[in-house]
Design a binder for this molecule. Structure first.
Ligand code: CP
Ligand code: NVA
Length: 307
């Protein structure tokens, strides 16, 4: 049987994604407000091992997958390209074949999407996308769980994305297509939107709008989302600080959205660049609930793939 990979939100239909969110919420509720520590009552991944490969830094993804596996009864090992033969040029395909003899699942954070696809092609075990330059689907599942908890029916929401057009933006577009919310994306004219994501939105009737007017984008929004202006490994945006400034999420920008709008950010934040302290630490910010939901959402993804 082919392994069940989790590579992109766009790979799944709405029912499957909703099932994963329901499972995440059930596991969260069962822990009764105690995300950390001891194992869950049932141990669906007992005896299973997840290998995590990091070619880029990570705090949330690394810790939430590690703790999540433990709560599900499994174990993890963390590998970086520097201290494995990947760093000396062993192919992804051979690495996938070898790891498949030792572990029950592979989570990979890498730069090129091609590496993820190659890993999935040659692995006999499920492969999970822990971020590439092109997408960040695990983040978006946690974001959808957070939005559902805070705002209810996703299909009724209007979300404004401000700032860069990056990997998280692309996964947000995939989610808009699958969950039916409106997504207004505002970014500087100097930033080029990802053509594949825009085409995907068109082909899949995702309700997205692209523009350069941040104030117009946030009007009537239930949620304002942003992310760093310079992603890991991004050389193109290094000199665009001034161009990004009008897209900063500050108190005045929040005031242009609905009164009950929430603020989200995948973190890490560059405080007082893409978001001010006032907003990040203010009453509308849900960023730390969002970070916690990485744990719950990914446990559901792990169970879906490896259970
Ligand atoms: N949001 C996110 O993926 O954070 P890390 O880079 O810390 O894993
Ligand atoms: N867009 C960011 C997300 C970090 C979790 C990056 O790729 O650096």
């Amino acid at each position: 049987m082919a392994p069940k990979h989790f590579l992109e939100v766009s790979q799944f239909d709405t029912a499957t994604l909703t099932g994963i969110l329901d499972s995440a919420q059930a596991m969260k509720d069962a822990r009764d407000g105690q995300p950390k520590g001891v194992a869950d009552a049932d141990l669906p991944l007992q005896g299973k091992v997840l290998a995590m490969i990091f070619e880029k830094p990570s705090t949330r993804t690394r810790v939430s997958f590690d703790v999540g596996m433990r709560q599900l009864g499994g174990q993890t090992l963390v590998l970086s390209s520097h201290d494995t033969q990947l760093g000396r040029g062993e192919s992804i395909a051979d690495t996938a074949r070898v790891l498949s003899r030792f572990v029950d699942g592979i989570m990979i954070r890498t730069d090129q999407d091609d590496k993820l696809v190659e890993m999935a092609k040659y692995a006999d075990v499920p492969v999970i996308n822990g971020l590439t330059d092109d997408s960040h689907p695990c983040q978006i599942m946690a974001d959808m769980q957070t939005l559902r908890e805070k705002k209810g029916d996703l299909a009724k929401l209007k979300i404004a994305w401000l700032g860069d057009f990056n990997n998280v933006t692309t996964s947000f577009i995939h989610a808009a297509g699958r969950f039916g919310f409106k997504l207004d994306i505002a970014f500087p004219p100097e930033v080029t939107p990802v053509a594949e994501a825009v085409k995907w939105a068109k082909d899949n009737n995702a309700d997205i709008r692209l523009g350069h007017d941040a104030k117009a984008a946030v009007e009537n929004a239930d949620c304002i989302v942003t992310d760093t202006w310079i992603s890991m490994g991004d050389d193109e945006n290094q000199n665009l600080h001034n161009q990004f400034q009008p897209f900063q999420v500050n108190a005045a920008m929040m005031a242009n959205a609905r009164d009950d709008a929430i603020f989200m950010h995948c973190l890490p934040a560059h405080r007082n660049e893409e978001v001010t302290d006032e907003v990040m630490d203010g009453p509308q910010s849900v960023v730390f609930d969002e970070a916690e939901n990485r744990l719950h959402a990914q446990k559901a993804i792990l169970k879906f793939c490896m259970g």
